[in-house]
Design a protein around this ligand. Structure first.
Ligand SMILES: [Cu+2]
Length: 68
């Protein structure tokens, strides 16, 4: 397992936190997600043999947030 911190722009409330958490948790290879609203990031634990950071970021963008 590997851990990465994704910067996420556009989260304004706990509903946003729930959306980001849900979409990341649903991905195969993702083992743990912790979203920090105030900091604007998500700490994601994932298996690098199953998924990469680019796919984590595109999942976040797909639900309407930016990954600068
Ligand atoms: Cu929100």
């Amino acid at each position: 397992m590997e851990t990465t911190i994704l910067n996420i722009r556009g989260m304004t409330c706990n509903g946003c936190v729930a959306s980001v958490t849900r979409v990341l948790t649903a991905l195969g290879g993702v083992d743990g997600v912790e979203v920090a609203l105030a900091a604007g990031h998500a700490t994601v634990r994932f298996d690098p043999s199953l998924i990469d950071v680019g796919r984590l970021e595109s999942a976040v963008r797909a639900v309407g947030f930016e990954t600068p």
